[in-house]
Write a protein that binds this ligand. Structure first.
Ligand SMILES: [Mg+2]
Length: 291
């Protein structure tokens, strides 16, 4: 078959060995013979087909949000440390005191103390959820903080070394549904057992924590900060009180540390700028004021 090229010179079309259409810019008698032979051969063999172009999947860029919040649960979102309360109530005060002392002496890391305090807890999930919901009180200003995030479309993430099951029970019981729906929970998982060895803890964030450089927290809060940044957060506010919040304080853009807590002492000793708090109202105002 023939067509005119840009130069006006005749062009010749045929089929190559893969059945693709080829076009010759300079047509000679040799070309015509070759193309004619190929065309006749391929016409007998199979119809021409088009080669598929490789498709490069592109991630859409995340829409940026001015601010996002990562909030510790025990002793920050709540007044009491509910994990400790569960351990003392169901596992016995002596066990909790002995393991806490080992942690203070540096014999257990964050992952180790989380596992140790539940080792004698043989209660089932329903018992633990009911106990947590009854014992817990949300810290004043917590609902206002969640509402401030929701009102401006800022993500709100509870990141905790505690157990997802009791955290969700407390949030479900004490936060109105419209606010509860805005709270995401990142926490460890309880594996309940009535047998020897008691409640076991699974650490779903452990592999990612190690990838990001932390091998002591089990599920490190730096993962939550990283994920929020990747989702488009320009500024991440971190709130906490305990040993496991050191990594959060290190990676967040702004830190709120409960007055008199381990985290506040750590921030002072490490010269990390922070805002002390007893209620969460100031954090709620800070979220609303971000531009
Ligand atoms: Mg805490």
């Amino acid at each position: 078959m023939k067509s005119a090229g840009r130069s006006g010179r005749p062009r010749e079309r045929g089929f190559d060995d893969e059945g693709l259409v080829v076009e010759c810019a300079t047509v000679t008698s040799m070309c015509r013979r070759v193309c004619g032979i190929l065309g006749a051969r391929l016409a007998r063999a199979r119809p021409p087909r088009l080669r598929a172009r490789p498709v490069i999947a592109r991630k859409p860029a995340p829409a940026s949000v001015a601010v996002a919040v990562v909030c510790d649960f025990d002793g920050t979102a709540t007044v009491l440390d509910i994990g400790d309360e569960i351990s003392k109530h169901f596992g016995g005060l002596p066990q909790w005191e002995a393991e806490s002392a080992r942690f203070r002496r540096g014999e257990l890391d964050t992952r180790g103390i989380i596992e140790a305090i539940y080792a004698r807890v043989t209660a089932n999930e329903a018992e633990i959820r009911a106990f947590a919901a009854e014992r817990a009180r949300l810290r004043p200003g917590f609902a206002e903080l969640v509402a401030a995030c929701r009102d401006r479309g800022a993500p709100f993430l509870v990141a905790s070394g505690g157990l997802r099951q009791y955290i969700e029970a407390v949030l479900d019981a004490h936060l109105e549904p419209a606010l509860r729906a805005h709270v995401q929970v990142r926490a460890n998982e309880a594996r309940f057992s009535s047998g020897a060895g008691g409640l076991r803890v699974a650490f779903p964030g452990e592999a990612t924590s190690r990838e990001l450089g932390c091998s002591t927290c089990g599920s490190c809060k730096r993962v939550a900060v990283r994920d929020l940044r990747e989702a488009g957060a320009v500024q991440v506010i971190g709130l906490g009180d305990g040993f496991a919040d050191r990594c959060l304080a290190q990676f967040a853009d702004r830190v709120f540390a409960r007055t008199g807590s381990y985290l506040q002492r750590h921030c002072e000793a490490s010269r990390i700028a922070h805002t002390p708090f007893e209620t969460l109202h100031a954090a709620a105002e800070a979220v609303a004021a971000y531009r």
